[in-house]
Design a protein around this ligand. Structure first.
Ligand SMILES: *Cc1c(COP(=O)(O)O)cnc(C)c1O
Length: 405
């Protein structure tokens, strides 16, 4: 039976890399896909749908409010726009021109990454703090909270913090100095799930807005995410995202977000309009979030480990000697690490990555460790039968090398 990709003439791939965007995230669990399809068959008032989303996201995260975004990156743009404009529609209309606004986002230099395009796109200017001197080998520490405190001034709109287990200084310490000067903290927590507790953890540690991917561990639509936190900031983010091409008197603000907030008007289309999110993305993300909250993640990880063990079991014994399966620690997805034995004329780990990717079907793995002679694989995005194909292809590539080398 042909699938839609075959009809379009696009080859499907085996995704042993994980939920990365470039390999299209994970196959969507059927319950979510069915809800998504159902959502396409009706019309709703988008503001009311996001109002209900706010209640559901608030329940799942402990936040005051939330909204569904077109991905974590979109959430960073919207969150920054909220910190810049507040609830002033004139300012919303001006962005990314920040004339007359506080427009600096303070960021720890070691946390800079190319997702911060989204922060800059909203109109903010990044002000870097700290110098983690790992390069010379002399450095032992990263930026400190007092350095962030020192960088906060009259022009500071927010502190931008990228959450990773290794992020320094701690979010709690950053939030303390920021809040002492009345400045909100916007957190990129795109890929910090699981563990499930991280849905609420960054808010507990003092974040004012947290942006999370919907297309990674939550298994929602690839182009979805959630932004949650302070109600006035989420309300501002939503105002700059929705289409409000209507008379002010027509507008029925969803109570969950706008109760007691006094607006003097609406932007018709804010800067976040280019981060449009459709009703089917919103519905599917909400269902995915509900399932994720109820899911036993340990069980999910055990299922992944079993698939990785299945790959290992079908590798030639000589190749399997170089395999280590790393079970999840602290929520990290389990992975299989294959050390490619180095031979004079044999393929390197990178050669294996390329041979797998260029074969048919293409098998995409994680190339992050090729410099150490290792190839990594994850199982969350694998489908039935993929494990055998992967093992066969690895055997072929490495066996060919053994005979010819
Ligand atoms: C994946 C990721 C993003 C982008 O998330 P999308 O949902 O794909 O927009 C942003 N920041 C970090 C740190 C990420 O890992």
């Amino acid at each position: 039976m042909s699938n839609v990709y075959e009809r379009l003439g696009v080859a499907t791939i085996i995704n042993a890399k994980g939920t990365a965007t470039r390999v299209s995230g994970a196959p969507m669990p059927p319950e979510i896909a069915v809800a998504m399809q159902e959502a396409t068959q009706h019309c709703v008032d988008m503001a009311q749908l996001q109002g209900r989303a706010s209640e559901i996201i608030a329940e799942a995260t402990g936040a005051e409010a939330g909204m569904v975004t077109a991905g974590a990156s979109a959430g960073l743009l919207l969150g920054t726009a909220a910190c810049l404009a507040g609830l002033d529609p004139a300012r919303m209309n001006r962005l990314p021109d920040t004339t007359g606004m506080r427009d600096e986002a303070v960021v720890v230099r070691s946390q800079r990454n190319f997702y911060d395009h989204a922060v800059r796109a909203a109109g903010a200017r990044l002000v870097e703090v700290g110098l983690a001197d790992r390069f010379s080998g002399a450095g032992v520490r990263d930026a400190e909270a007092w350095e962030i405190d020192d960088a906060i001034g009259e022009r500071t709109a927010c502190v931008f913090y990228v959450a990773q287990p290794s992020s320094r200084p701690s979010l709690a310490a950053v939030a303390e100095v920021a809040h002492a000067k009345g400045v909100p903290v916007l957190v990129d927590a795109a890929s910090q799930l699981p563990p499930k507790q991280n849905l609420g953890r960054f808010l507990e540690e003092g974040a004012d807005l947290v942006s999370i991917s919907g297309g990674k561990a939550i298994l929602g639509p690839q182009g979805s995410g959630l932004l949650c936190g302070r109600r006035d900031l989420v309300a501002s983010a939503l105002l700059q995202n929705l289409d409000q091409d209507l008379f002010f008197g027509q507008w029925r603000p969803p109570h969950a977000l706008f109760a007691s907030l006094n607006l003097r008007g609406l932007p018709q289309h804010g800067i976040g309009r280019s981060c449009k999110v459709g009703k089917e993305q919103i519905v599917a993300l909400l269902i995915a979030l509900e399932l994720f909250v109820g899911e036993d993640i340990e069980k999910r990880n055990r299922r992944c480990v079993a698939r990785l063990e299945d790959i290992e079991a079908h590798l030639d014994p000589e190749i399997a000697r170089g395999v280590r399966i790393e079970e999840s620690t602290d929520g990290e997805e389990p992975r299989l690490v294959l050390e490619v034995e180095s031979r004079p004329q044999g393929p390197s780990a990178f050669d294996l990555v390329i041979a797998l990717q260029d074969g048919s079907p293409a098998v995409h793995v994680d190339p992050s460790f090729v410099d150490e002679g290792k190839v990594a694989m994850r199982a969350l995005c694998l489908k039935e039968g993929d494990t055998l194909v992967i093992a066969r292809r690895v055997n072929e590539v490495l066996a060919r090398a053994r005979f010819s080398g």
